[in-house]
Design a protein around this ligand. Structure first.
Ligand code: FCB
Length: 450
């Protein structure tokens, strides 16, 4: 498979993580709790009743982890900054928390690895949830802009590329409609209001960053949807369209100064009053790049239950007996990467694209010091073959980050799903590179992928 891959020499290869999922060090150096700490503390929310208090203990082991990335041949690293580590409740800088990221950035620089930082990967400070109802309050968007300005001032000289938000769809809809993510709200109009405030935060954040510093490449990371209809019946086709409007248009339209589709304006109902004239123009700041995360495609059919009718669609979960599922139950569909990118490029004037996450849950164990994660290996090979063709066909995709460097805290699944190319034994914190890591190491050292 390796020999069919061909990428330009400028193509960037990286691995990705997120603060809450790996750092631990939950109360060190004045770190404040986030809504994910609160969510984990609620019984029944996390599959294995776990939390992020220790996670991969990256807070203490970051040097070892950076050495691992370097050994595997990565020159790019996407990580997130924990808002709760670097900003105190009164909005002032927390020097101890900032020092952690300075030490991390020093280590990356020494190993020749370029950082790509995300400001918000879901770990909203708990005090903003309490005081302003989190993303249901407009004030949170302004606080995010203050936080962005603070990071620009304190760390910006070391950060060439910064994304405001990771997958705002998850914060908005998993967090406020389905309720399976923090803060666990279940109310359709609220989820749309949260989506609006997240995009406002993005726009205000970019403005605030640029007011502090020029020269940083700025963007956002989305997880666009590829949703096929379960059948040709017009009701199923309409349902698949509704799923894509929610996942794509709600986030991409504001980026390009377009109003939401009428269907979404209907769904937000009376809360629409909280969207102010001029907000869309604020959301639509110039973008230097867009990050796209891709894992799977989905299938929708006409809604049945009252909740589904409010959303306008019903997801059809893949048959668990199907052989082409990853361990978390997501369908493997490499062609979907091509379809979803082309679908977006046809509808919105996207800036250069980076694939900022792609990977698979494969819970293969370590046996005699070896972790042979064949499912993930096949997944990565098929997706990279697809990506190679896409780049060759002229799509402006400049880099790829595998999710994830390490097994880590997989949100509502806790530690039960392993996405790392490096196995983590949570009892000992021992790291063991898996077969997929060795495959990527070889790929990155080959002449077609310098
Ligand atoms: C994405 C998240 C990332 C990780 C992967 C599996 O939606 O951005 O944190 O959980 O899924």
């Amino acid at each position: 498979m390796t020999d069919v891959l061909s990428f330009p020499s400028s193509f960037e290869w990286g691995c990705a993580t997120a603060a809450f999922q790996i750092e631990g060090g939950a109360s060190e150096g004045g770190k404040l709790p986030s809504i994910w700490d609160d969510f984990c503390a609620q019984p029944g929310r996390i599959k294995d009743a776990s939390d992020g208090l220790v996670a991969c203990d990256h807070f203490h082991r970051f040097r070892e982890d950076v050495a691992l990335m370097a050994d595997l041949g990565f020159h790019h690293y996407r990580f997130s900054i924990a808002w709760t580590r670097v900003v105190r409740e009164d909005g002032s800088a927390n020097p101890e928390g900032l020092d952690f990221y300075r030490r991390l950035l020093d280590e990356l620089a020494q190993r020749g690895i370029t950082p790509n930082a995300t400001l918000f990967h879901w770990d909203l400070p708990s005090h903003l949830q309490r005081a302003h109802r989190g993303w249901l309050g407009r004030e949170t968007a302004h606080r995010f802009a203050d936080y962005a300005a603070l990071v620009a001032r304190e760390l910006g000289d070391r950060l060439p590329r910064v994304a405001t938000l990771n997958e705002p769809w998850c914060s908005a809809f998993l967090g406020h409609d389905i309720g399976v993510f923090a803060p666990g709200v279940q109310d359709r109009p609220s989820s749309l209001l949260a989506a609006h405030h997240l995009m406002l935060a993005h726009g205000l954040g970019l403005q605030a960053w640029r007011a502090e510093r020029s020269g940083t490449q700025l963007g956002i990371v989305l997880n666009p949807e590829l949703c096929d209809a379960a059948s040709d019946a017009p009701q199923d086709v309409a349902a698949a369209r509704m799923a894509e409007l929610e996942r794509n248009d709600v986030f991409l339209n504001p980026l390009f100064k377009r109003e939401w589709p009428a269907e979404m304006l209907t769904q937000i109902g009376e809360l629409a009053e909280q969207r102010r004239p001029g907000d869309i123009a604020l959301c639509a700041q110039p973008l230097d790049f867009i990050g796209l995360n891709y894992y799977t495609r989905s299938i929708a059919q006409a809604p049945v239950s009252a909740d589904e009718q409010r959303r306008g669609y019903r997801f059809v979960p893949p048959d668990p007996q199907r052989p082409d599922l990853t361990d978390i139950g997501w369908a493997i569909c490499p062609q979907g990467l091509d379809r979803v990118v082309r679908n977006l490029v046809a509808q919105w004037p996207l800036p250069p694209i980076w694939i900022t996450e792609n990977g698979a849950a494969d819970n293969a164990p370590v046996v005699k010091d070896v972790c042979d994660d064949r499912l993930r290996l096949g997944y990565l090979q098929s997706h990279l073959a697809q990506l190679s063709q896409m780049v060759a066909s002229g799509l402006d995709i400049r880099g790829y980050y595998v999710w994830s460097l390490l097994d880590n805290f997989e949100w509502a699944h806790g530690y039960s799903q392993r996405f790392g190319i490096v196995h983590v034994d949570y009892a000992t914190q021992r790291r063991t590179p898996k077969s997929s890591a060795h495959y990527l190491q070889q790929l990155l050292s080959s002449p077609t992928t310098p």
